[in-house]
Design a binder for this molecule. Sequence first.
Ligand SMILES: *Cc1c(COP(=O)(O)O)cnc(C)c1O
Length: 372
Amino acid sequence: MTVPRYTPLAASLSATSPFVGPETQERATGKLFQARLGANENGFGPSPKALDVIQQAATEVWKYADPECHDLRHALAQNHKCDLHNISVGEGIDGLLGTLVRLLIGPGDVAVTSLGAYPTFNYHVAGCGGSLETVAYKDDCEDLLALIERAKSTGAKLIYFANPDNPMGSYLKGEHIVAALDHLPTGTLLILDEAYIECAPTDALCDIAFEDPRVIRMRTFSKAHGLAGLRIGYALGHPDLIAAFNKIRNHFGVNLLAQKAALAALQDPDWLAHIQRELKDARQFIYEVAQSNGLTALPSATNFVAIDCGRDEAFAKEVLEALIAQGVFVRMPFAAPQNRCIRVSCAPRVVLEKFASALPSALAQARRAHPV
Ligand SMILES: *Cc1c(COP(=O)(O)O)cnc(C)c1O
């Protein structure tokens, strides 16, 4: 029998999944979730205009989509007041991170991230044979200056920094990010993952020139725009770096419906404003649910809220599992000390009410299992 002759790197890796999907959990229990609040999806849905476009374009799916995503890039360039050559569109931020890491990280190269930050970056670094340095969160925020210090001491090629952050929902003001850039060592590229920027206060935005070679920004249509299932996002950066994506990217990776729906979503600012209002209300509701159960919700600049369960990982995990057993899908951070929290996505009120009614008994169960 012929066996695939894996690269030494592939042979050395074990198969893992950054996130076990709710579908996997549903198959395992034989029960469907009643409330889907674990993946920071936008349960309010995409712009009705995007939905119309998807329906109209459905008969065109026999075609390959434009590999240059020209129309969308053109509209994005207008929105951001930049040039077409500052933008690369990809299969969500996850896909773009993969391409970027492949461009920069080979065996032995170092990348820096926060311990317990958004994990997909880490899997791409491991998949390219890079080594990952992690820096602790500080007061539930990613510590940008400490990340930069670590990049200096290790000669890292990449720093991953999400603003706002997932899983804690915290954010750093844009002006502090801009100031921190002065400390960035030459040869280190900062990835600024802005997946939740549309959910955040406006002072989270950074005033960084698109031609600045020190930073690449990433945005997505998965969160505020509600198109997670279509897989589409974009990178904003220096034209040379953006052009390098064309060396190795999956040119036909961004599908036809995604390109058209993203364009329609972008052209519907009223819907985005509506979502922003809904998110504000939903965050407030989650804060109140936490408070009325004697827990502390962390202030959130995103479409989810981290709730501090007040104890350790084992306790938070018990709460999480008791919620899941009641049909409420939520997740929790991967690393200490963040993993004292559970993470609940914003959603329409009827869905959040399922969480609200399941939480008291979930807490009671966790207290029985872990008496103080
Ligand atoms: C959800 C999320 C992503 C994933 O975005 P896609 O565009 O759906 O791949 C990236 N980064 C962070 C911080 C996220 O929370």
